[in-house]
Design a protein around this ligand. Structure first.
Ligand code: FAD
Length: 463
């Protein structure tokens, strides 16, 4: 075997394993939601995760905060993610003294958590549900034909393996499995003019949470820019998310022009991100009371990727749906996060665009939400046993800026896992599942699904 014309063709016999009901690729919010929910419903589930822990961005990338979960009156998120929040609270993984209204009632409010705490909660939930988890294992290829996956190829320290299963969920965040299947996808920077920049988040110790006032951060950023403090004059600094009396997560430093689908670009961004983490730690120490003793403990093991590749699904959730607060008979969740597309560069125009968009009149008000229909989890083209869950869902670029948050990703995961089990039990394909049964099953699991009208049919985009 010799390389020719820039390619190298090889044949290898691989050990075959499995006969799982469901394989879930990726153990972030989408993948964990799918794996735990399907296993609780009795499926034999294998969850493969490239890193050494579950939680995805929330743990490996130190994006340890969940945004919007309530609408000013009550929770809009239900099911597994609501359970996880209460569990984190009970185990003392949220800031001591935090009032439960922050996630049960308050509008546009978020909670930061201890990432180590979430790792253990997810380990426990998977173990209790009977999910088989394989860490340090990457899904690398697929065996599929005519819209049906027969098996996937995984790689870990034991080499490559062929895993047979009856259903598959792509929870990789980057639509890795869907992409390998040849599913039509949208890629940031190629199908859309801009890429929302990633950030390498970090954990800081030595904070005095009783003194630190997050509402003073923006003013301090403006002052530091005026003083010529930063190497990049980025006004958009999400900042510190305090998760204990002395520690915080730091979300600061946009890595503009990073292409999250190119390894070289990701590698450069990690190195640059580590420099930013030092620079922003020094900024907080100098400019924010309560941060004088801040110490940079560690940066994320994963880059905080906001946007990469997402599928074109049976339905694409769009901006008109968002502004109309559309209810769908087949919605599998509701949500109320605003559109949150970060600045694309340091210009005045981008800062204005971001501020206007995020705080615009289109932002869901008290008591408002929009529906997330089932069809955004199923690739277009008649797929029988493939679903996606999480940020690789099918939505237009604006709505993606709202749906990418972790609570929504857990709910999409729960729906994908539940749909997979329904499909296995009934023989209904992913692209033609009975929606009424799915909605009723999600309601039984605590899903917040207020739609009055149900339908057996999926809502599809006109093509
Ligand atoms: C900087 C930043 C700040 C954010 N802030 C917030 C916030 O404040 N609140 C909020 O709620 N959300 C926030 N988000 C959004 C949120 O964290 C993500 O969009 C969300 O975690 C996506 O979930 P996911 O399951 O789709 O993917 P991910 O969380 O990316 O998880 C995917 C998992 O799949 C694994 N994986 C990837 N490829 C493979 C493969 N081939 N084989 C096996 N495993 C694989 C990865 O290791 C990872 O664990 C933020 C995101 C970023 C980047």
């Amino acid at each position: 075997m010799k390389p020719s014309n820039g390619t190298f063709v090889y044949n290898r016999a691989l050990p075959v394993e499995g006969d799982y009901d469901l394989v879930v690729a990726g153990g972030g919010p989408g993948g964990c939601g799918a794996a735990i929910s399907a296993a609780r419903l009795g499926a034999r589930v294998l969850l493969v995760e490239a890193m050494g822990c579950l939680g995805g961005m929330g743990t490996s990338a130190l994006v340890s905060a969940w945004s919007d979960t309530a609408d000013g009156e009550r929770m809009v998120v239900g099911g597994l993610v609501a359970e996880l929040l209460e569990e984190l609270h009970t185990r003392g993984c949220l800031k001591p003294g935090i009032h439960p209204d922050r996630w049960r009632k308050d509008l546009h409010s978020g909670v930061a958590f201890n990432p180590e705490g979430l790792k253990i909660v997810l380990d426990d939930y998977c173990a209790r549900a009977g999910v088989e988890v394989r860490f340090f294992t990457r899904l690398i290829d697929v065996d599929q034909n005519n819209g049906k996956i027969n098996g996937v190829i995984i790689n870990n320290i034991e080499g490559n393996r062929y895993i047979r299963a009856r259903a598959f969920v792509d929870g990789t965040g980057d639509a890795v499995l869907a992409g390998l299947c040849g599913v039509a996808c949208r890629e940031a920077g190629r199908d859309t003019p801009n890429i929302m920049a990633p950030t390498l988040c970090a954990a800081l110790a030595g904070i005095n949470a009783d003194v630190f006032d997050s509402s003073k951060q923006q003013e301090a950023v403006f002052k530091a820019i005026e003083d010529g403090f930063f190497t990049q004059n980025d006004r958009h600094v999400p900042g510190l998310f305090v998760n204990s009396r002395t520690t915080t997560i730091m979300n600061a430093g946009h890595l503009f022009n990073t292409d999250a689908l190119k390894c070289r670009s990701l590698s450069d961004a990690m190195a640059k991100g580590r420099q930013f983490a030092r620079e922003y730690t020094a900024f907080f120490r100098k400019y924010l009371p309560g941060c004088e003793g801040a110490q940079l403990m560690v940066t994320g093991a994963l880059l905080g990727v906001r946007e990469s590749r997402r599928i074109k699904g049976e339905y694409e959730l769009n901006y008109d749906d968002f502004t109309a607060r559309r209810e769908f008979p087949d919605q599998i969740a509701i949500y109320n996060k605003a559109i949150d597309i970060h600045v694309h560069d340091c210009s005045d125009e981008q800062w204005e665009r971001y501020r206007n968009e995020y705080l615009s009149i289109d932002r869901p008000a008290r008591g408002e939400h929009y529906g997330i229909p089932y069809g955004i989890l199923v690739p277009a083209g008649g797929w029988t046993n493939l679903w996606v869950a999480g940020r690789c869902n099918s939505s237009d670029v604006k709505v993606h800026g709202a749906l990418r948050d972790q609570p929504a990703c857990y709910m999409m995961g729960q729906a994908a896992g539940t749909a997979a089990v329904q499909s296995l039990k009934t023989g209904q394909p992913a692209c033609d599942l009975d929606m009424q049964t799915l909605v009723e099953s999600l309601r039984k699991q605590g899903g917040m699904l207020p739609q009055k009208t149900l339908s057996r049919q999926m809502t599809r985009s006109a093509r």
